[in-house]
Design a protein around this ligand. Structure first.
Ligand code: ATP
Ligand code: MG
Length: 384
């Protein structure tokens, strides 16, 4: 019987969290495969998916590869563990013209032949049926794995497909991702998701200075992320009034810093309203003026009870782009629509703002009213 053999991380499965993590992982796997018929079985430290339509296999694999907490998977044949049954499945593997190696693992020591001997026998059998094939123990083109398990079943497979790894989504609480239309913030969302954190998104737009297309772009990014993190709630908030007020009242070089301080305040308020435990941004150290240590101090200080997670902080742009390509957000991120941060962009943004100076600038505004006004424009879009 054709099955999919799923492997999950061993490390975190120790200790008290084991049961919680496993049940979350299993429920995420089932959610990812909603709409498909299949059987799910938990056995010997692996999960086995069976009884699915064979033509759906590649779609199932693609979806499973996006489930955080799964480490790898193999399309396999499951048979009753016996010398003949296994030999006949292994005999089906086409090794003509190729080098190969047979690996046998025997969890069930009552199986009548030792792993080494059985591997040799199977190897010989293949050499006899494919006389243009040969054994290469060090660098084989085809690896044939035979896993004989305690449940008296054997699994034969030739391929291990790497999955995401990480922790099951949901075991690390829920945060709020500040999602711009750029390259970094979707990557930040993916990275915390991979550590098990669910999140909602917050996007600031500056309509009419930014277009409807800029907003659609952000929703497309959310849709792309949702392939990994499931349904996503996006809080869309207008930042226009705030920007106009800062522009009219504050020193231009502080425009970005003050904007970001107000963004953070709005984010923390939304966290409180929605029981979200962390703010996540795509900031990366030194990338732009607003991402120096001093700038992040000046913007972070307005957030009182919520940690700010910056998963991209120590990544080079190239590394971030690599991930963005892997999760298929890059091509969308580089579409050329204005972001609210690029509207009213000052020529010389301050690189090392002090908290005191920011506070002085903010005395020229009614910050609380601006935050409130922002929150009042909130619109919620459900994705996925
Ligand atoms: P990104 O590529 O994620 O847009 P960036 O390099 O353009 O980042 P900034 O524009 O300084 O950098 O933004 C830094 C972070 O602030 C973003 O990663 C994002 O988390 C948040 N942010 C910026 N603009 C917005 C916005 N319009 N709405 C929500 N969050 C934003
Ligand atoms: Mg940006």
């Amino acid at each position: 019987m054709r099955v999919l053999l799923l492997r999950f991380g061993e490390l975190y499965l120790k200790g008290n969290n084991r049961n919680v993590f496993e049940s979350v992982l299993i429920s995420n796997i089932k959610k990812a495969l909603v709409g498909h018929d299949f059987k799910f079985e938990k056995t010997f430290g692996r999960y086995v998916i069976s009884s699915y339509a064979e033509k759906e296999e590649s779609v199932l694999i693609e979806k499973l590869c996006k489930v955080f907490g799964l480490y790898s998977l193999s399309p396999a044949f499951e048979v009753e563990a016996g010398v003949d049954t296994i030999s006949s499945v292994v005999g089906e593997v086409d090794v003509s013209g190729k080098s190969f190696k047979v690996f046998v693992k025997r969890a069930d020591k009552t199986f009548p032949i030792s792993s080494m001997d059985f591997a040799k026998d199977l190897g010989e059998m293949l050499l006899n049926s494919y006389n243009d094939s040969f054994v290469d123990l060090y660098n084989p083109q085809v690896e044939i794995h035979v896993d004989i398990r305690m449940n008296k079943k054997a699994y034969v497979f030739t391929q291990s497909i790497k999955c995401q790894g990480g922790l099951p989504l949901g075991v690390s609480g829920k945060g709020l991702l500040l999602l711009s239309g750029g390259i970094d913030s979707p990557v930040a969302g993916y990275l915390v998701g991979k550590r098990g954190m669910e999140f909602e998104c917050l996007h600031f737009h500056s309509y009419p200075y930014t277009s409807e297309l800029a907003r659609d772009k952000v929703l497309t990014l959310a849709k792309k992320m949702s392939a990994y993190v499931g349904k996503l709630k996006v809080h869309v908030v207008s930042f226009t009034k705030v920007q106009e007020a800062i522009h009219a009242n504050c020193s231009p070089e502080f425009m970005i810093t003050i904007m970001r301080r107000i963004m953070m305040r709005v984010a923390e308020r939304l966290c409180q309203q929605n029981s979200l435990g962390a703010i996540i941004t795509g900031e990366s150290l030194g990338q732009v003026a607003s991402q120096t240590m001093q700038s992040m101090t000046a913007t972070g200080v307005v957030v009182k009870r919520t940690p700010i997670f910056r998963p991209c902080i120590a990544m080079d742009k190239e590394e971030i782009i690599k991930v963005a390509n892997e999760i298929d957000t890059y091509q969308t991120s580089v579409l050329p629509y204005e972001d609210c941060c690029t509207v009213f962009l000052p020529k010389n943004p301050v690189i090392r703002p002090t908290i005191e100076r920011c506070e002085r600038e903010e005395r020229k505004l009614d910050v609380d009213a601006l935050v409130e006004e922002c929150l009042n424009t909130e619109e919620i879009v459900e994705i996925g």
